[in-house]
Design a protein around this ligand. Structure first.
Ligand SMILES: NC(=O)c1ccc[n+]([C@@H]2O[C@H](COP(=O)([O-])OP(=O)(O)OC[C@H]3O[C@@H](n4cnc5c(N)ncnc54)[C@H](OP(=O)(O)O)[C@@H]3O)[C@@H](O)[C@H]2O)c1
Length: 219
């Protein structure tokens, strides 16, 4: 709602930027939790910047104080020396605890389609674990589950496009019939912000209208 404050994790990164832009366009003030300063970013100066403080619950809660809704995009794409998927679950739980402490009324968690604790993939298992945590956190919430998020800044699609432009061939393992149904980053943001304005607990997929397989996409 216009005039209120929202916290968006990662407003200087990918999906969070689109959510922050959508909120700003709606007249909502935005604070972001991030590792970045925002220097040179189009949203620099338009959002309040607070560093992530996962190890310090009080500091994390201070970063969330005054916000009605937390839009959480915090995640890693793959494990690194400084963060595993188990760490992301622990840090996300800390965010939920801090949100409760700060009096945040609602959390919109960006998850992923097919999050499952039975998944063979650690990314999807960890996502299911944070969804479970949120459902039992005692705070109003929405879980938005996008498919592949397509946008100008996307790393995966841009890397594939770079390879397709520069090399005469592109290797697709198997029969290439891997279906993808991408969703535009703007649409994910619209769905997330609409979910933030509701008060019921819900889980919804954010999925684009077209289904491609690898052969049709890269032909
Ligand atoms: N991208 C997709 O195609 C896609 C598809 C389905 C679901 N999702 C979900 O959408 C959400 C946002 O994804 P995204 O691709 O937009 O992510 P992102 O912008 O790359 O990062 C989101 C947030 O996580 C933080 N972060 C990323 N890697 C980190 C690391 N190694 N250590 C500490 N913090 C780290 C970023 O910090 P900074 O602010 O400092 O950059 C940012 O605040 C995630 O929950 C993801 O699972 C994404």
């Amino acid at each position: 709602m216009a005039g209120e404050l929202a916290v968006v994790t990662g407003a200087f990164s990918y999906t969070g930027r689109y959510i922050a832009e959508r909120l700003l366009a709606n007249g909502v003030a935005v604070r972001t939790l991030t590792r970045k300063t925002g220097e040179g970013h189009p949203l620099a100066g338009r959002v309040d910047v607070v560093p992530y403080a996962f190890g310090d619950l009080d500091a994390l809660a201070e970063g969330l104080r005054g916000a009605r809704v937390l839009y959480n995009t915090y995640w890693i794409r793959f494990p690194t020396a400084t963060a595993t998927f188990e760490d992301t679950v622990v840090r996300t739980k800390a965010l939920y605890a801090a949100a409760r402490q700060a009096g945040v009324a609602r959390i919109v968690q960006v998850s992923v389609t097919n999050a499952s604790e039975q998944s063979p993939f650690p990314y999807f298992r960890a996502k299911a674990a944070v969804e479970r945590e949120l459902r039992s956190a005692g705070i109003s919430h929405a879980i938005v589950r996008p498919t592949l998020v397509a946008g100008q800044e996307d790393i995966l699609l841009n890397n594939v496009a770079w390879l397709l432009r520069r090399f005469p061939m592109f290797v697709i393992p198997g029969d290439g019939r891997y279906r993808i149904q991408p969703v535009l980053a703007e649409d994910v943001a619209e769905i997330a912000v609409a979910a933030g304005s509701r008060s019921d607990d819900l889980t919804l997929d954010a999925v684009g209208p077209e289904t491609y397989d690898s052969r049709s996409s890269f032909a």
